[in-house]
Design a protein. Structure first.
Length: 273
């Protein structure tokens, strides 16, 4: 009788349609819960930025001036930069998973990414990229490199090109990595022959981007890095050369022009000596 007491309880006899319904309900519930991630975008200078500043001003001064909330470009508080980095890194994680949405288990990720895109993910990230903190800028560029290329517009590509010459000292510390990641993203756009965006870049933006790359390379050549910055400088230099090399239809002309400029600069330096 003891062994009879240990026998298994009868198995559930759920039909296949009922089991499928339960899976769908759980997936829908999980999707609804995870959609809270989309709302985090509003804290990055969006509709919830004022609420965030009001709450933060209870513990830190200088966030609200009178009745006015400071803008993103005025932020100097390290804890705000850390909050922004955490939110951006979370969004970056979901953006990187979007590439695998062909698998059934990633349908939730697909839904969340679509809502992130509809909420203006790229526009918000480009606005945050102008903040006065290198670590936040790096987090933004790592996130943008995870966003599918078909989510970018021509205007956003133009913004990336304009950023190449926007930094006062492009050969300092983390800025070199930030610039390198901008260049890698532009290179990926050029290489993506399936999208019109790459073709449009080669027609309208390539020459400007290549000219900016030459300026950066010139600074890389004239301002030798410290031992700690050698990797960053190498990454930036390779990124510049990669974009120059791949940006058809001006590729051959640009490469020869780049070599010409670097040799000319070298001759000038020798004459000064």
């Amino acid at each position: 009788s003891f062994f009879l007491m240990l026998r298994r309880p009868p198995r559930s006899t759920l039909s296949s349609s009922s089991a499928a319904s339960d899976v769908y309900k759980r997936q829908e519930q999980y999707t609804n819960e995870m959609e809270g991630i989309v709302g985090l975008l509003d804290y990055l200078g969006g509709s919830r930025w004022t609420d965030f500043c009001r709450e933060a001003s209870k513990y830190h001064h200088g966030i609200i001036k009178g009745s006015t909330t400071i803008g993103l470009l005025e932020v100097r508080q390290d804890f705000i930069f850390e909050v922004f980095k955490a939110i951006i890194n979370l969004i970056s994680h979901f953006s990187s998973l979007e590439r695998k949405t062909s698998l059934p288990s990633y349908k939730v990720i697909d839904t969340i990414n679509q809502k992130l895109n509809n909420a203006g993910r790229e526009d918000i990230l480009f606005a945050v990229l102008k903040m006065n903190n290198d670590n936040v800028r790096l987090a933004v560029m790592e996130c943008l490199n995870n966003v599918p290329l078909d989510q970018f517009s021509t205007i956003e590509v133009s913004t990336m090109v304009s950023l190449l010459t926007s930094f006062k000292n492009p050969t300092s510390g983390i800025i070199e990595i930030v610039l390198g990641k901008i260049l890698w993203l532009l290179t990926k756009i050029v290489l993506d022959n399936s999208e019109e965006l790459g073709k449009e870049f080669r027609k309208a933006q390539a020459r400007t981007a290549i000219s900016d790359c030459l300026q950066i390379l010139d600074k890389c050549y004239t301002q030798l890095p410290d031992d700690e910055e050698q990797y960053n400088r190498l990454f930036l230099s390779i990124s510049c050369l990669s974009l120059i090399h791949i940006s058809e239809p001006t590729r051959l002309l640009s490469i020869s022009y780049a070599v010409f400029c670097l040799k000319k600069k070298k001759k000038k330096n020798k004459k000064k000596k």
